[in-house]
Design a protein around this ligand. Structure first.
Ligand code: C2E
Ligand code: MG
Ligand code: MG
Ligand code: MG
Length: 292
């Protein structure tokens, strides 16, 4: 650690630094165990995705959760990044994909099949990915069109050929590709041209300002128009209020997720969560716009 900073630099190894280093080592050991052993510490929760016009649930997004007996709930923003740095993301990602597809295979709601969205790290996209996905779908007897792979916009910045080719091969299979957290990276327009994007997920950052900030409203509206001009579906994340729902529905956004309908829940609570989502009535009145 101290040496890594280069010759001539003096690093005093304070108790705080030592503690931080110990904590990091402990996290790494624990994550490796959580991923490689059948420890049941890592589980999937599912968040319903609602069609904004009909109010019906059309899909679920799988979100990984790590419950550690001592560390407690470690958020995915931390452990996914750690798994990437440790070279564990492939193993974790394969498990997530398999589990999500198996769970979703058994999922119907009022006789309808639900689609399943799975988050992928860009490090999972290489020449083995297509067969991994095909095999997972075949094992569960799921057609490729029911699977959507979400990759965050910021991860696509690196713009590697292998990533483009892999996403194209997946799209050729019929798997849908979504660009997640759209608008938060630095390459939104470039990504749209470069990758076979079926769906754009508008980041919740922009949703939060609806009703308060004209700029955020304008951004949501522009993204929906942009998406429709490239024939992409739009899904909005982080919808928490009826006002946001009304606005997004009025501007033609297709689908939404958020605490207004349901937080991500364990599989066993999903049927109840889906039913409660569908009790939220689609708003009929035109929303009031934010004022300058
Ligand atoms: P994401 O894919 O953009 O997922 C949306 C995040 O927003 C989730 O956070 C979800 O719990 C949260 N959320 C949903 N509705 C609301 C709402 O109404 N309000 C607010 N404030 N938040 C809401 P979560 O579960 O903590 O996941 C964070 C990120 O971690 C995900 O963002 C995704 O990028 C990543 N992630 C989670 N699971 C996996 C996984 O299995 N593999 C990979 N590669 N990444 C994952
Ligand atoms: Mg996502
Ligand atoms: Mg997102
Ligand atoms: Mg996000």
């Amino acid at each position: 650690e101290a040496r890594a900073r280069g010759a001539g630099t003096v690093v005093v190894f304070t108790p705080e630094l030592r503690e931080a280093a110990q904590h990091r080592t402990m996290m790494e050991t624990e994550l490796r165990a959580g991923v490689t052993e059948a420890s049941d510490q890592i589980v999937l929760h599912y968040q319903p995705v609602v069609d904004l016009t009909t109010g019906q649930v059309v899909a679920v997004e799988a979100l990984a959760r790590w419950h550690h007996p001592v560390l407690g709930e470690v958020p995915p923003s931390q452990f996914i990044a750690l798994a990437e740095r440790m070279g564990l993301i492939r193993q974790l990602g394969d498990w997530v994909l398999d589990q999500a597809i198996q769970d979703a295979g058994a999922l119907t709601h009022e006789g309808r099949e639900l689609d399943i969205a799975v988050n992928f790290s860009v490090l999972q996209l290489d020449k083995r990915t297509v067969s991994t996905v095909q095999e997972a779908l075949a094992r569960a007897g799921i057609r490729p069109g029911r699977l959507m792979i979400e990759v965050t916009e910021s991860a696509l910045v690196q713009d590697e050929d292998v990533v483009v080719r892999t996403l194209e091969a997946l799209a050729d299979l019929g798997v849908r590709v979504a660009i997640d957290d759209f608008g938060t990276g630095y390459s939104s327009l470039h990504s749209l041209r470069r990758y076979p994007i079926d769906t754009i997920k508008i980041d919740r950052e922009f949703v939060a300002g609806i009703g308060r900030l004209v700029d955020d409203e304008a951004i949501c509206t522009s993204v929906v128009h942009l998406a429709s001009s490239v024939n992409a579906t739009t899904i909005v994340e982080g919808v928490e209020t009826v006002e946001q729902y009304a606005f997004l529905r009025a501007i033609g956004c297709h689908q939404g997720q958020g605490y207004l309908w349901s937080a991500p829940v364990p599989l066993e609570r999903l049927p109840e969560a889906i039913a409660s989502c569908e009790r939220v009535p689609p708003p009929s009145v035109a929303p009031r716009r934010a004022r300058i």
